[in-house]
Design a protein around this ligand. Structure first.
Ligand SMILES: *Cc1c(COP(=O)(O)O)cnc(C)c1O
Length: 374
């Protein structure tokens, strides 16, 4: 079994080749008339903004979505050229000057932002977000009625895209998806004729061809999560996470393990203590529920997850010893499987990945087994 890195313990391998394969899968299915944007908010879902954005760029991606202007400024540092960097959070109050200085494209979320951008940066590109039912960001019912009533409210804007966002596309045939599409299609056609349109996230792009429009915005699927949870995952897995065993002991019958003594041995039990805790993003809600794998053999979490440590049942792996690596994410289970054990979603597992792992990027020209540091 592979030995741990002597100083860092946990090892996180991020396969950039798999991200490329996932993006190319979308490009192949969509054809040349539909653009594939890169969604790289939250440090590219925790996988690293710079290496991930470079990978997407090498696949031909030219439009990138971030959440905050700050993320956009970082990305502009990487791409000083014509790449389009769009800020989903909208036009942050007081930040218009910075958007213009760094050529960030605001995703305008209400008519106040529309007039602010028009008076401040007339001619600079922007995106209009039509809310079609999320009730989170985007033009609400009153704003939608206002632009339909008086389309001149949008004149003077250099609109690169009009977009909306699905709430339930991860569920096959959810009726809200079709309703959102119809509402968006109607508003976009009447208020922004001729402007390119986009509504589909990863799941939306997998549902109906008519949802593709001029651009799709896949995030999670590019990062290996399953956009169609009712079927086997069509995407290539992107991460592997391995953590070292620190100590193995036999806990006598009647003894408890961990904080609050929530697990008690009914019979003598081999327990491995592993360098992994909630400070690494291994959520405390995996207590008594998560499973790690030793060469494909399941080792269920016993008792509470603590900050830096977790204890697992090593009874099925007699030879397990300190320094051996257990898989948290790997051949035994994917990110989505792991998420389900804690009652959460793969997105939260990825964006919680801790800073203490030794990160290794597999990139073009380098095979997974020979990954180099980057
Ligand atoms: C995060 C996000 C996406 C990507 O969603 P996935 O489900 O990860 O594909 C697309 N569009 C918007 C507006 C988003 O906020």
């Amino acid at each position: 079994m592979m030995m741990s890195d002597p100083l860092t313990g946990g090892r996180l391998t991020i396969d950039l080749n798999a991200i490329s394969a996932n993006i190319r899968h979308f490009q192949d299915v969509l054809g040349p008339h539909c653009a594939v944007a890169g969604v790289v908010k939250a440090d590219a879902y925790g996988l690293g903004l710079v290496p991930v954005a470079q990978t997407l760029r090498a696949c031909g991606v030219k439009t990138f979505f971030v959440a905050t202007p700050d993320e956009g400024v970082t990305l502009r540092g990487l791409f000083p050229g014509a790449e389009n960097i769009a800020v989903l959070g909208g036009l942050y109050p007081g930040a218009a000057q910075d958007y213009r200085a760094h050529r960030l494209t605001p995703v305008l979320n209400d008519l106040g932002q529309v007039s602010a951008w028009r008076s401040f940066a007339a001619g600079a590109p922007c995106i209009l977000h039509i809310d079609s039912g999320m009730n989170r960001l985007g033009l609400d019912a009153a704003d939608r009625a206002a632009i339909l009533d008086d389309p001149t409210r949008l004149t003077g804007l250099n609109l690169h895209l009009v977009m909306s966002h699905f709430a339930c596309a991860d569920e096959a045939d959810h009726p809200m998806t079709a309703r959102q599409f119809t509402l968006f299609d109607d508003v976009a056609r009447r208020a922004c004729p001729g402007v390119p349109r986009s509504i589909a996230n990863s799941s939306g792009a997998m549902r109906l061809q008519s949802y593709h429009l001029d651009m799709v915005r896949p995030g999670m699927a590019a990062y290996g999560l399953n956009p169609t949870p009712e079927t086997a995952n069509p995407m290539a897995p992107v991460i592997r996470l391995q953590v070292p065993v620190l100590q193995v002991r036999t806990v006598p019958a009647g003894d408890s393990v961990g904080y609050s003594a929530t697990w008690r041995a009914e019979a003598p039990t081999r327990v491995a203590t592993v360098a992994l805790g909630y400070a690494d993003g291994f959520l405390r809600s995996f207590s008594g529920r998560g499973v790690l794998y030793a060469n494909g053999v399941a080792c269920p979490v016993l008792g509470r997850v603590s900050m830096d440590l977790v204890t697992v049942d090593a009874g099925a792996v007699p030879g397990l010893k300190p320094g051996d690596m257990l898989d948290v994410v790997g051949p035994g289970q994917g990110v989505d499987d792991l998420a389900a054990q804690a009652g959460t979603i793969g997105y939260e597992i990825l964006t919680s990945l801790g800073a203490r792992y030794r990160r290794t990027y597999v990139h073009p020209g380098i095979q997974a087994g020979l990954a180099s540091e980057k």
